[in-house]
Structures are given as structure tokens and as C-alpha cells.
Write a protein that binds this ligand. Structure first.
Ligand code: ADP
Ligand code: MG
Length: 334
């Protein structure tokens, strides 16, 4: 049995919108809305969704930077919301983050070696510090000779390697990679993803890998969750997910990926979503996706579909009219 390292239970993160002289709360941005996810040890959970759907907010609640409005987050079976300051300090060691932008996430005035050494210093692990930093640089494919270089002297991909080395410094158990390759050239993206995969095997790491593009996580994710307006729309193991994605939103995202086979590419049919992404402050009633869904009916405007198994075991979908599901199972589930 695989062991759960991280469990997110019905987490909501609603930011108040304050207005007027008295800064009264007028409404809330429902950035994360009832998300439940489990990540097993050694596994990679890919989280995908377009910009603004709540991915980074969820990531920040996992690393303890934001306290969720409600719900619970368990790490190694214990709620991180109950931790005292000292325990939180320990948790911050176990859960590290790699950020999207390798330009702004590194201090431009600090030398690469000092950036990687910073977490070690913060945790007073200063024995053989320089040696340890050089080992980390080697681990992520940087030259130890680059220790004294400043971030701007590195390429984008190399800068992200500095960010990864910094995240690895404290031997974490879980790394949240928040769009780690989105700011990189396509040719460099694969190198960084390969590096993360190699490190996972070597160091027994667990990843939450956030992306806004399904093609990025195809090879790295064991499980995939698709988010839309703060909610999980579909979730399953990678194989079932890419073989028969069920949610119309997922299928729209998949249909946007160009295919490498030129014949198939010629026949590729795009599902184009209508309308704009609604505001998370005023999400649509019923299924939050109904305003853009090509298959939405009256029922979708009124009732909220629950995230439940459709088709393959463990393949969860939040939709009244899932695609690619055998008739038999869709009747059972409706
Ligand atoms: N601190 C905050 N205060 C108010 N709204 C926020 C805050 N952080 C994020 N949001 C809003 O929450 C929504 C989700 O944002 P985010 O989690 O950054 O999305 P993503 O990472 O998927 O692009 C957005 O509408 C964003 O404007
Ligand atoms: Mg983000």
C-alpha cells in the first residue's frame, strides 16, 4: 500500500475584498474552493489549470504561508494547522518550494553559492557549508566554479537549477514546484523536468508539480488534477487521465496541445471554449464551468456536480455529462 505524505481535506481559501473608508468586507475571492487531494510518498501529483484558478494559492497553503479559511492539511498524518512555531519551523524544512520565475525568486545581489547556502544557515547547518553547497551545485548540474557568480550571469535554465539546489539544501521530503518551467524556453523546459525526475529517484522525493499546460506534466506526473475556478474538475492516475479524459474542460485543454504526428495533427479537433474566465469573486452557479462548456444544459446551471468516480476506478470527475465514459457507467453515475 502506498503511504499518503500529504492530504488536503476540503480546503477553502477565500480572500476578503474590502471596500470603502471603513474597509468593510464586501465579498470574497474564492481562490480555492473545497479542494481535496492526496499525494502518496514518492509520487508526483500534477496540478493543471489556467492562470488564476488557484494553483499558487493552494501551494501557499500547503507550505504554511497562508492559513486556509477552512479545511485541513495533513503532512505525514498530522495537521499542519495545529503546529506551534517550533513545529512549523521543522515543517518548513520538510516541504520546500521551487518558484515559477527564476529571475525574481533569486536575490540579484547574492552569489549563487550564498543563495543555496541561505537555508542551511537559517537552520544552523553550517558544518562544511561550502562543500555541501558545491555538492548541491553538482547535483543539479551546475559547476562548483560558478559559486561566486551572480544570478544575472546565468541563463534562465541555470537560474532555475539554483532555485532547485536551494530547495534541496535541507533534504526535504516534499517539493512543491509552482510552474517551475513556465518562464523557460521550450528546449530548456525538458532539461529541467528531466533533472527533477532524476532527483526524485535519487533522493526519494515527492512532488506537487503545478503547470498551466497539460503537455508539461505528461511525463512527470503519476496523478493529475485539473483545477478550474478554485475547484478540482477531474483527477486520476496519469494513464487513465491521458487515455480517456472525461471532463469537457480537460478535453478542451488536451485538444489545445499540438500533436507530434503530422497526420494526427492535421485531424486534431480543437474544443474552443466560449466566453471569458469568470471572476473567482463571483463564480457561476451550479457547475462553475457551465458558462464556457459546449455541453452545458439547464441542470448544469443549477446543480453542482460532485467529484466522483466515473468510468475507471479512482478516476474522479465533477461533471453531469462526462465524455469518454461507457454508457453503462455514466447511467450508473447519474
Ligand atoms: N493575497 C491575495 N488576496 C486577494 N486575492 C488573491 C490573493 N492571492 C491570490 N488571489 C486571487 O486568487 C485567485 C487565484 O490566484 P492564484 O492562486 O495565484 O492562481 P494561479 O496560481 O492558478 O494562477 C486569483 O483571482 C488571484 O487574483
Ligand atoms: Mg500561480
Amino acid at each position: 500500500m502506498s503511504e499518503a505524505l500529504l492530504e488536503i481535506r476540503d480546503v477553502n481559501m477565500h480572500f476578503p475584498i474590502k471596500e470603502g473608508v471603513f474597509q468593510k468586507t464586501k465579498n470574497h475571492v474564492k481562490a480555492v474552493n473545497g479542494v481535496s487531494l492526496t499525494v502518496n510518498k514518492g509520487e508526483t501529483l500534477g496540478i493543471v489549470g489556467e492562470s488564476g484558478c488557484g494553483k499558487s494559492t493552494l501551494a501557499r497553503t500547503i507550505v504554511g504561508l497562508l492559513e486556509p479559511t477552512s479545511g485541513d492539511i495533513l503532512f505525514e498524518g498530522k495537521s499542519i494547522l495545529d503546529l506551534n512555531k517550533k513545529q512549523m519551523h521543522g515543517l518548513r524544512r520538510d516541504i520546500q518550494m521551487v518558484y515559477q520565475d527564476p529571475f525574481s525568486s533569486l536575490n540579484p545581489r547574492m552569489k549563487a553559492g550564498d543563495i543555496i547556502a541561505a537555508p542551511l544557515k537559517a537552520y544552523r547547518m553550517t558544518e562544511n557549508l561550502e562543500q555541501r553547497v558545491k555538492e548541491l551545485m553538482d547535483l543539479v548540474g551546475l559547476k562548483a566554479a560558478d559559486y561566486n557568480k551572480l544570478p544575472h550571469q546565468f541563463s534562465g535554465g541555470q537560474r532555475q537549477r539554483i532555485g532547485i539546489a536551494r530547495a534541496l539544501a535541507l533534504n526535504p521530503k516534499l517539493i512543491i514546484c509552482d510552474e517551475p518551467v513556465s518562464a523557460l524556453d521550450v528546449s530548456v523546459q525538458a532539461q529541467v523536468i528531466n533533472l527533477l525526475e532524476d532527483l526524485q529517484k535519487e533522493l526519494d522525493l515527492t512532488y506537487v508539480f503545478i503547470a498551466h499546460d497539460l503537455s508539461v506534466i505528461k511525463h512527470i506526473a503519476d496523478k493529475v488534477a485539473v483545477m478550474y475556478l478554485g475547484k478540482v474538475m477531474e483527477m486520476s492516475d496519469s494513464e487513465s487521465f491521458y487515455k480517456h479524459a472525461c471532463h469537457p474542460y480537460t478535453n478542451a485543454l488536451l485538444s489545445a496541445i499540438p500533436l507530434t504526428d503530422p497526420l494526427k495533427e492535421k485531424e486534431r479537433q480543437r474544443i474552443v471554449l466560449k466566453g471569458e474566465l469568470p471572476s473567482p469573486a463571483n463564480p457561476p452557479t451550479g457547475c462553475v464551468f457551465h458558462t464556457r462548456c459546449p455541453f452545458a444544459t439547464e441542470a448544469c446551471k443549477q446543480d453542482i456536480p460532485s467529484l466522483e468516480a466515473k468510468g475507471d476506478a479512482g478516476h474522479l470527475v465533477s461533471c453531469f455529462y462526462p465524455m469518454n465514459v461507457e454508457k453503462k457507467s455514466s447511467i450508473v453515475n447519474h
